[in-house]
Ligand binder design. Structure first.
Ligand SMILES: NC(=O)c1ccc[n+]([C@@H]2O[C@H](COP(=O)([O-])OP(=O)(O)OC[C@H]3O[C@@H](n4cnc5c(N)ncnc54)[C@H](OP(=O)(O)O)[C@@H]3O)[C@@H](O)[C@H]2O)c1
Length: 240
């Protein structure tokens, strides 16, 4: 007899279900990871993989991961003339996150200070992949030429009030978004509980980066990255 293992049930409350019964009726042995005593780790990986989809299916809004880099003084601001200060390994992780997510949430302060590309560069991207870019703040506050260049690459949305972010995101197909913004927007997202996991990259005085993650959920898709082995888990994220 052939056996089908089911990682976890479809979290979408609008689906009819019945897939397992359908397979069993056709002579397959259907087994669930949840009922297997030694499959907890695999079950957790399945739930982590599904977490962005489950977020969209159950809450209507995508999963939101905040990424924040702090220098050895605890500041998020890069040295003059630079837009980043983290190591090549951290840049690789950041770009792998951009690659796997459906877009970036940034804010007008970062747009003015850094004119960031926000594209996938340090890892190979999916060909023809077009993502969304949500810019929190007023459109008048970003440089017009930077905005025009981003509109060529992204589907751009402005969000003047992040309390309206869930509504805006619910109307899109995005499942997982990455926040790359300065301390002002991060504080606002924290106040509104508009995040699911929060990755902090802390640089020490020797120039080494340390990863830590705090999460508001019981699983995180960040646990599927090789870098997870380097992440410590924090009860609370650090606001600057
Ligand atoms: N280390 C890192 O991980 C990292 C990442 C990104 C940026 N940065 C650095 O951060 C610095 C910029 O930080 P920042 O704090 O000035 O800028 P920011 O947080 O990127 O942007 C601030 C803007 O966000 C908008 N905003 C604030 N609260 C909001 C809310 N509740 N809803 C919607 N929009 C809201 C406002 O835009 P309006 O004024 O237009 O309304 C505000 O001026 C730069 O030096 C940049 O290099 C560091």
């Amino acid at each position: 007899m052939r056996t089908v293992w089911i990682g976890c049930a479809d979290p979408n409350p609008h689906v009819q279900g019945g897939g397992a019964a359908f397979l069993a009726e056709r002579g397959l042995e259907v087994r669930w990871l949840a009922q297997s005593a030694n499959a907890q780790a695999t079950l957790n990986r399945c739930r982590a993989l599904l977490a962005p989809f489950a977020s969209k299916a159950v809450r209507g809004r995508p999963w939101i991961t905040v990424k924040q880099a702090l220098d050895s003084t605890g500041s998020m601001v890069p040295p003059t003339g630079r837009t980043t200060f983290t190591t090549p390994e951290s840049l690789h992780f950041a770009h792998a996150l951009r690659r796997v997510t459906d877009g970036v949430i940034t804010a007008t302060g970062t747009a003015r200070a850094d004119r960031p590309d926000l594209t996938v560069r340090h890892v190979e991207d999916h060909p023809e992949r077009r993502r969304m870019l949500v810019i929190c703040g007023q459109q008048a506050n970003v440089p017009a030429d930077w905005l025009a260049s981003r509109e060529r690459v992204f589907d751009v949305h402005f969000c003047p009030d992040c309390a309206a972010l869930p509504d805006l995101l619910t109307r899109t197909e995005a499942l997982w978004l990455l926040v790359e913004a300065g301390p002002t927007l991060l504080a606002a997202l924290h106040r509104h509980a508009l995040w699911d996991d929060w990755l902090t990259i802390r640089q020490d005085a020797q120039g080494q980066d340390h990863f830590s993650v705090s999460t508001r959920q019981d699983v995180t898709p960040l646990s599927l990255f090789a870098e997870w082995a380097r992440c410590t888990q924090e009860a609370a994220c650090s606001l600057v």
